[in-house]
Design a protein around this ligand. Structure first.
Ligand code: BTN
Length: 178
């Protein structure tokens, strides 16, 4: 019985650990980007399809910014731990549409980072203005309530409770308690 305890501990670790890491890069959750925009992605279904809500921090219009719906797909996390994805945002307060395409990465500290590029189509009144109707850019997203949001420069992975980040590079070995 005494000898069985370490064995059971190892067995349960072996069973639980892959499950924990597999949860990384499922897009479900709350994210913010380098412009300060926020998005929430609801459940990603078995086909990789998802919906969500996007609140941009910046806009080309004078109209009041409103949360706007998004729909997208992501590739399976089980097949590839750093999956690609794409989604479209239909802005509710403007005539524009933005499509994002990107990939989820897990950095050296275990934090998820979404590297994306986007194309934004603005409405123009006439076909002769088509040349100026599409803009391109990139955004990097981090999880809300992640160490990055708390001001950590190197994606410190001390999460939860009263732990605060320690700005060491590349990764901290300890978390300080406040
Ligand atoms: C508009 O101005 O017509 C709608 C808002 C567009 C916001 C853009 S989409 C790409 C970039 N990333 C963001 O988070 N916001 C801007």
């Amino acid at each position: 019985m005494v000898q069985a305890t370490p064995f059971l501990l190892l067995l349960s670790l072996a069973l639980v650990a892959p499950g924990l890491s597999a949860r990384k890069c499922v897009l479900t959750g709350r994210w913010f980007n380098d412009l300060g925009s926020n998005m929430t992605i609801y459940t990603v279904d078995e086909e990789g399809e998802f919906t969500g809500s996007y609140t941009t921090a910046v806009s080309d219009t004078a109209d009041k910014i409103q949360p706007s719906p998004l729909v997208g797909f992501q590739h399976s996390v089980t097949q590839n731990r750093q999956p690609t994805f794409g989604f479209t945002v239909k802005w509710t307060f403007s005539d524009s549409i933005t499509v994002f395409t990107g990939q989820c990465f897990v950095d050296e500290c275990g934090n998820e980072v979404l590297k994306t590029m986007w194309l934004m189509r603005s409405h123009v009144d006439n076909m002769k203005d088509d040349w100026k109707a599409t803009r391109v850019g990139n955004n990097t997203f981090f999880r809300l309530d992640s160490p990055k949001e708390r001001g950590c420069q190197h994606g410190v992975s001390c999460t939860g409770g009263r732990a605060r980040c320690v700005d060491t590079c590349p990764c901290p070995t300890t978390c300080f308690s406040q």
